[in-house]
Design a protein around this ligand. Sequence first.
Ligand code: SAM
Length: 242
Amino acid sequence: MTESLVPLGSGQMFDRIAARYDTVNRVLSLGLDQRWRRRVVRALGLAKGELGEHPRVLDVATGTGDLAIEIARACTGASVVGLDPSPGMLAIAEKKVGKRGLGGRITLVEGDAQALPQGNCEMDAATIAFGIRNVPDRPKALRELARVVRPGGKIAVLELGEPRKGPLAAMARFHAHYFVPKIGALLSGKREYAYLQKSVAAFPPADEFARIMRDAGLRVLEVLPMTFGVCTMYLATPAEES
Ligand SMILES: C[S@@+](CC[C@H](N)C(=O)[O-])C[C@H]1O[C@@H](n2cnc3c(N)ncnc32)[C@H](O)[C@@H]1O
């Protein structure tokens, strides 16, 4: 396959950067990415048993499995399905899951956010971290999340964005526009990390994305900007049928 045929943002693109993905993530986020994921786990209320003693959780765009692992660690009764189209990312996830002895509780499957293999209302919760940005039809993926989670269940979307106002917005934009593509290129793939910066800049502002979620059949419970809005958590539940 020639370089130009690899669709940017697709599983194929992530196959190419899988080996260095975790290291580059930690460096580019200045170590904050794991903190953001843990915030999602807390918001789901899994450790407090808010979704039952044995919640079934789907982590879409699981990549190398960091969020799936955090969920399984936080709630020992949880069973987690990590879904991603990239076999390269899933291979790394599998190694990490095995190393942590979580193979019995985390299942990894190849799949697409736009056509989830789960049945209606099959899951107690679903998450997607830094993944919705890459999905070509975002409303379709959001409708799929609303479909597979049971009424009263939780859906959390974690996504990067560009802070547009506030005193630190300029600094955060400098980080995104210069640091991310340069360090990303140095440590991993030039084209891939230029894409990362562009896709973050093109992602809708938080209030607009929350509206897209509502239009897709979700009731938005909370929109939480973190680290000056560099990263936002959207917490939702399937909207009641009228
Ligand atoms: C930036 S990584 C995020 C991985 C992980 N969730 C994390 O927290 O690090 C984005 C992931 O989205 C996946 N992806 C791309 N297109 C997708 C799609 N249509 N459906 C589901 N996942 C997709 C990629 O393969 C990649 O693993």
